[in-house]
Design a protein around this ligand. Sequence first.
Ligand code: DGT
Ligand code: CA
Ligand code: CA
Length: 574
Amino acid sequence: MPVVNATVAAVFEQIADLLDIEGANPFRIRAYRNAARTIGGLGTDVGTLLKRGEDLRELPGIGDDLAAKTREIVETGKSAFLDRLQKQVPPAVAELLRIPGLGPKRVRTLYHDLDVQSLEQLLRAARDGRIHELPGFGAKTESRIVEAVQAQLSKVRRFKLAVAAQHAEPLLAYLKASPDVVDVVIAGSFRRMCETVGDLDILATAQPSAKVMERFVRYEEVREVLSHGATRGSVVLKSGLQVDLRVVAPECFGAALHYFTGSKAHNISIRRLAQARGLKLNEYGVFRGARRIAGETEQSVYASVGLPYIEPELREDHGEIEAARTGRLPNLVETADLKGDLHAHSKASDGHDSIRDMALAAKARGLSYMAITEHSRRLTVAHGLDPVRLARQIDEIDLLNRELAGLTVLKGIEVDILEDGMLDLPDSILSRLDVVVAAVHSKFGLSCARQTERILKAMDNPHVSLLAHPTGRLIDEREPYDVDMPRVIRKARAARCHLELNAHPERLDLLDSYCRMAREEGVLVSVNSDAHSVHEFDNLRFGVGQARRGWLEKKDVLNTRTLKEVRKLLRRPG
Ligand code: DGT
Ligand code: CA
Ligand code: CA
């Protein structure tokens, strides 16, 4: 059973937290955090990499020790080192780090001086007034802790789509491998490709039905069985992700799939249509009186209310029912429609692989062009390119293209937009490139007016072909910067610049509502991987999911075009 990347990442994060509380060497702690990010962000399952005999030490920041620990977690599901640390510091103590304002030093004090070992104990200690007298704390901190712990305790954890997929897909394969299973599908927000999912809702038909439920609760990654009946079961995986399984009769499968795919708002509107026709619609089927008239397939459910099939990504009650009724549903873009990728890095900046390896990986995924767009010089942490290094890379790519067959590497840059809207590299070098991706990587806190002006000004530079990750948000980690997106979208149309939908699992930026706006304005969106390693082209499918949630068709997506067409669209009026 493959142990998913997210599990490895979670173990490394836990190790880092515990080392932090113990006051270990900061470099050592950072090494674990970086490794967690690297492995957690891989598009391919690390167990598969090991099975293929790949050397994990080629991943950035993974040396002998971390490679061995990764292998250990993959093979045993555990880390002896983490077990040892947990004997010294109880794991719930690390949870205290999630409270804003509590760093490792304070957590250490709370643990050593007050024996606080959990959020609940922390709340009690704060309410009892035992905290403000500790060294380094005060009355203000104490009352802030009360608020923060309450907020934390009431927060429901959600999983990023790509992380959920790392857990969901092996489980789905495991269930499919059961000989009595006829059909099994993950429904819910996961099927709708939502940015984050609260839990997984799996539906199956099986003959007989009991065995698949047995198999489900015995899955190796299950931490806790919440309920276990003949046709309904609920478990929590080791990652904390809850999974519900329902086994339904084949004649109900379509109705159940429709019901559990949601969204709830979409379901309610469809049920209302059914009622208007004198029908009853529930998870068992569509009924006229006691007679079942539909329910085996989702198509039959929609047909019973006079509608064509509606793709799951559209089912948010955001106008899709009206569009279906009037024959105006979009014909959504698919991953297989992508012909190229206009944003990727090699190890010349902060990527991990050579340009040649990136090109071969892109080609293996069926792409026929790929742009190498390194960071520009201002981004020193990413080893950004100055004009001299970029000129050298241009020559290198020209040489490479002469020997590559079946894929063209485009010469590009991900150039920083400076605070005043100027670009980090001069036009003299930008004019030699095929693709210029402009990006904000600093000064996220500018006022809306200044941030918007800054971005509009960058788009005025005729060399800029694409605006990268237009809102800058990181899912659950960083809010979008304050920018007037409708203005940016209108500017893109006027300047004939395109917008990126960055498919990196933490970004999925452009957001779905802005995709729709772009489409309405006739602005093309480029679904790009922003790959930093050969594995990350796999993330394109999540970007396509977001594009589909944004109603985009093949024609709305720049990189579904052939290279010849894209070259024309990238050429900007001087
Ligand atoms: P999540 O898990 O929070 O990411 O979002 P969902 O959409 O997966 O929601 P979940 O897991 O609570 O329920 C799965 C689906 O079941 C949901 O999308 C629609 C359906 N559903 C749940 N509760 C209701 C309800 O009260 N009425 C109707 N019509 N459908 C419901
Ligand atoms: Ca769900
Ligand atoms: Ca659920």
